[in-house]
Design a protein around this ligand. Structure first.
Ligand code: NAD
Length: 308
C-alpha cells in the first residue's frame, strides 16, 4: 500500500486524508495550524513537524492548500519539496489537489519535470460533503504515466477521476466548469427574483424550467430558493455548501487566465463583480446561492447602469 504524505489538513484535506486511512494507507500529515494536525492525529494519522518530514519516505505527496502562493512555497520556495526530493530513490509522485491559478500549476509542474519528478494538478469538485463521503471528482493534468500512477490513490477519495490533458489541464477544467456554474447560478437567481416580482409561483417556475430549456444544475440540483429542492442550501438559511468566497476565488482565477490569454468572457467578468459585491456585503461565508436573497434586497439601479 503506497505511503502518503498529506499537506494541508483543512476543511477538504482532513476528510480526504481520513478516507485514505480508511482504505488502509499510512498517512503522514502536515499543516501549519496545530489544531488541524491534532485533528489528523485523532483520525489515526501521523503528525509530521514539517512538510519535508511528512514527505520523507512517502510514495505519494498530496497537497490541499488555499491558493497558488502556498503551493509555490511548498514545492519551489525556500526549503521547497521539489529541490529536497530531487534524486530521491524512488521519487514520490506529487499531486496538488488545491484550486490554484493555471500559471502557477504549470510553473510548479515544470520545476518538478526538470527535477525528474512526476507531478499532477488534480483540483476537485464536490466540496466538503464530497470530501467526507469520498465522492469527489478529480480533474487531472499531467502525463499519462503520472495519471496511471495517481489514479488508484485518487479513487480512494473520489468517484470520478478524469485525465483532462497535460500539466495545468486539471486547473483549466476546474476554472471553466466553475465559470459556467458562477454565471448559471446568477442567471437562475435573477429568474426567480423576476418571477417573484411578476407574481409567478416559485414552485411553478421550478417545475416548468426543470423540464424546459432553462434546465441546469443550479436550478434542479442546487435550487437557490427554499422549497423546490429540499437538500439545497436555500433550505438551511444558505449555510454552505460552497461559499461565496470560494466562488469569487474561482471566478477571479478564470478572469486572470482570460485576461492573460485574451479570452472574451464578459458574462463571467460581470458575475465576478456581483459575487465580489456579495462578499463585500458580508455574505462571503454563506453559500454562493445566497445570490438570490442578495439580489432580492438590492435595487435595480444599483446593479444595472442606466436602468436598461
Ligand atoms: P482550508 O483553508 O480549510 O484548508 C487549507 C489548509 O492548508 C489550512 O488548514 C491551512 O492551515 C493549510 N496550510 C496553508 N499553508 C500551508 C503550508 N504552507 N503548509 C501546510 N499547510 C498549510 O481550505 P479548504 O476548504 O480545505 O480548501 C483547500 C483547497 O480546496 C482550496 O484551494 C479550495 O479552493 C479548494 N476547494 C475547496 C472546496 C470547499 O468546498 N471547501 C471545494 C473545492 C475545492
Amino acid at each position: 500500500m503506497p505511503k502518503i504524505a498529506f499537506i494541508g489538513l483543512g476543511n477538504m484535506g482532513r476528510p480526504m486524508a481520513a478516507n485514505l486511512m480508511k482504505a488502509g494507507h499510512e498517512v503522514a500529515g502536515y499543516d501549519v495550524i496545530p489544531e488541524a494536525l491534532a485533528a489528523h492525529q485523532e483520525d489515526g494519522g501521523h503528525a509530521a513537524d514539517s512538510a519535508r518530514s511528512a514527505a520523507d519516505g512517502a510514495d505519494v505527496v498530496i497537497s490541499m492548500l488555499p491558493a497558488g502562493l502556498h503551493v509555490r512555497g511548498l514545492y519551489i520556495g525556500p526549503d521547497g519539496l521539489i529541490p529536497a526530493l530531487q534524486g530521491a530513490k524512488p521519487t514520490p509522485l506529487l499531486i496538488d489537489c488545491s484550486t490554484i491559478d493555471f500559471e502557477t500549476a504549470r510553473e510548479v509542474a515544470a520545476a518538478a519535470a526538470a527535477a525528474g519528478i512526476e507531478m499532477l494538478d488534480a483540483p476537485v469538485s464536490g466540496g466538503t460533503v464530497g470530501a467526507a463521503a469520498g465522492t469527489l471528482t478529480f480533474m487531472v493534468g499531467g502525463s499519462a504515466e503520472g495519471f496511471t500512477r495517481g489514479r488508484p490513490v485518487l479513487e480512494r477519495m473520489g468517484r470520478n477521476t478524469v485525465h483532462a490533458g497535460p500539466a495545468g489541464a486539471g486547473q483549466a477544467a476546474k476554472m471553466c466548469n466553475n465559470l459556467i456554474l458562477g454565471v448559471s447560478m446568477m442567471a437562475v437567481c435573477e429568474a426567480f427574483v423576476l418571477a417573484d416580482r411578476l407574481g409567478l409561483d416559485r414552485q411553478k417556475l421550478f417545475e416548468i424550467s426543470a423540464t424546459s430549456s432553462g434546465q441546469c444544475w443550479s436550478l434542479t440540483t442546487y435550487c437557490p430558493v427554499p422549497g423546490p429542492v429540499p437538500a439545497s442550501p436555500a433550505n438551511r438559511d444558505y449555510a454552505p455548501g460552497f461559499t461565496t468566497a470560494l466562488m469569487l476565488k474561482d471566478l477571479q482565477l478564470s478572469q486572470q487566465s482570460a485576461e492573460s490569454n485574451a479570452a472574451p468572457t464578459p458574462l463571467a467578468a460581470h458575475a465576478t463583480r456581483l459575487y465580489k459585491a456579495m462578499a463585500d456585503a458580508g455574505l462571503a461565508a454563506n453559500d454562493f446561492s445566497v445570490a438570490f436573497r442578495w439580489l432580492s434586497g438590492v435595487t435595480r439601479e444599483s446593479l444595472v447602469p442606466g436602468g436598461t
